[in-house]
Design a protein around this ligand. Structure first.
Ligand SMILES: [Zn+2]
Length: 379
C-alpha cells in the first residue's frame, strides 16, 4: 500500500493522510489522490467481501474491522418489458450501501489513530457508522433528525451508540454535530474522502459480476452523491490499469420534492443553484446542500448520463412492483426503479442495453413508512 495523499481542490494544497482529518484547514472538502488501479489479477477471489479488492484500496490489508461488507447480489429481473439488473446494496451488514464507505473509512481511522467519533445522519449512515464503531470498540455518538424512521434510531441505539435526536431541519442536525466537542472526531460520511474510497468498490463489483464488462447504464438514488463519486473513482482505477476503455452512463435519481442536482442540471450549472424543497418519503436522499456538487455534476456529464427527478406519486408504485419481484427496499431505493421506467419510456436508454439499478437500502429500515405508503394498514 502506498502512502495516501490528500489534495484540496479549494486551496491546492497536498498533504499526507496520516491523521484523522475530515476537511482541509481552509474548510474545503478533501480528495484522496488516485491509487494504483485495479487489474483482474489483483482480485482476491476467495474473499467474499469488498476486501477482495484490497490491493486497490489505500488501507492496510487485512482490515482491522470487517463485517463481511460488499460482494452483494446482482439480480437480473424483467422490469416493464426490459431486462434490468438490480444491485442489492440493501443486503449489507447494516442494510444499506453505506457499509462500503464506512468499513474503509473506519479502517483508515484505526490505522492513523482515532478515539471517540461522532456523525450526523438521516439514519442509514448513522446506523452504519455506529455499527462499525461498535465492532472496532470505539465510542460513538450519532446526531439524527427527530423525524428519522424509528427503525434506524433503534438500530443505532441497539449497537451501543449514543443517539442525539435534533428537532428542526436536517441542517440543524449537521450544525449540532459540528458544534460537538469533547475530543471526539467528526467521522462524517459526507465529508471524509475515505468514504468514497470505499464506495468505489461498487464499480469494481459490477465490473466483475458482469464478467469483467461494465454495464451501459447505472441508476443510483442520490443525495450527496457518494455512490456517483465512488463509481467514478472505481472506473478511473480500472482505466488506469488498462482494464476498461468505455464507461457506463451514470444517472443520479432524486426525489423531485428535494432535488438539488436536478435543479443544477436543468439550469446547466456547474454548482448548486437555489431550489424549492418539500417533504419526501425518500428521506435518505433529501439533501439540501451536497458537499461536492461540482464533482458530482462533472462525473454525470463526463459519463453522458444525467439527473432524473422522481415525483412522490411514482415512488409507492415502484416500491410495490419491486416487492412483487421479491425485492423489499426502502422508499429511497425505490426511486431508482421508478426512474428506470421513465428512461426506458422516453427512449433515453434502450431495452437491449445492460442497465443496473442500485437498490441502496433494505425495506426493514422503513417498514412503518412503507406500510403507510402501500396502504397496508388501511381499513
Ligand atoms: Zn484547502
Amino acid at each position: 500500500m502506498a502512502i495516501a495523499t490528500y489534495h484540496c481542490p479549494a486551496c491546492g494544497r497536498d498533504f499526507a493522510a496520516d491523521r484523522p482529518l475530515w476537511r482541509c484547514e481552509c474548510g474545503g472538502p478533501l480528495e484522496l489522490a488516485p491509487g494504483r488501479g485495479l487489474s483482474k489479477s489483483d482480485i482476491a477471489a476467495g474473499e467474499a467481501s469488498l476486501w477482495r479488492y484490497a490491493a486497490a484500496l489505500m488501507v492496510a490489508d487485512p482490515p482491522q474491522v470487517s463485517l463481511g461488507e460488499g460482494w452483494t447480489p446482482l439480480v437480473r429481473c424483467d422490469w416493464q418489458g426490459a431486462s434490468v439488473y438490480f444491485k442489492l446494496e440493501s443486503q449489507m451488514p447494516t442494510g444499506s450501501f453505506k457499509d462500503r464507505g464506512t468499513a474503509v473509512m473506519i479502517n483508515h481511522l484505526l490505522e492513523v489513530g482515532v478515539g471517540p467519533i461522532h456523525e450526523d445522519s438521516s439514519g442509514n449512515a448513522g446506523s452504519s457508522i455506529a455499527t462499525y464503531a461498535a465492532a472496532a470498540g470505539i465510542p460513538c455518538r450519532i446526531y439524527v433528525p427527530n423525524s428519522a424512521p424509528r427503525a434506524k434510531l433503534v438500530q443505532i441505539a441497539a449497537v451501543g451508540a449514543e443517539v442525539r435526536a435534533i428537532p428542526g431541519t436536517r441542517e440543524a442536525v449537521t450544525e449540532a454535530a459540528l458544534a460537538a466537542g469533547g475530543g471526539s472526531f467528526y467521522a462524517s460520511h459526507n465529508w471524509h474522502p475515505y468514504f468514497i474510497e470505499g464506495t468505489q468498490t461498487l464499480g469494481f463489483e459490477l465490473w466483475e459480476q458482469l464478467d469483467f464488462r461494465l454495464p451501459d447504464n447505472i441508476l443510483v438514488p442520490t443525495g450527496y452523491g457518494s455512490n456517483i463519486l465512488g463509481l467514478e473513482r472505481g472506473f478511473d482505477a480500472l482505466e488506469r490499469a488498462g482494464e476498461i476503455t468505455a464507461r457506463p452512463r451514470l444517472f443520479a435519481v432524486q426525489a423531485a420534492n428535494c432535488a438539488a442536482f436536478a435543479a443544477s442540471w436543468s439550469a446547466g450549472a456547474d454548482g448548486l443553484v437555489p431550489f424549492a424543497a418539500g417533504p419526501t418519503v425518500a428521506d435518505g436522499i433529501a439533501t439540501m446542500h451536497p458537499i461536492r456538487p461540482a464533482q458530482v455534476l462533472r462525473a454525470l456529464r463526463r459519463s453522458r448520463g444525467g439527473v432524473v427527478p422522481v415525483a412522490e406519486d411514482e415512488i409507492g408504485p415502484a416500491l410495490r412492483a419491486l416487492g412483487r419481484l421479491g425485492l423489499f427496499v426502502e422508499p429511497t431505493a425505490a426511486t431508482a426503479a421508478a426512474a428506470v421506467g421513465r428512461l426506458l419510456r422516453d427512449g433515453t436508454i434502450a431495452p437491449g442495453e445492460v442497465t443496473v439499478v442500485v437498490l441502496t437500502g433494505h425495506g426493514l429500515k422503513a417498514a412503518e413508512r412503507i406500510g403507510e405508503l402501500l396502504g397496508i394498514f388501511a381499513e
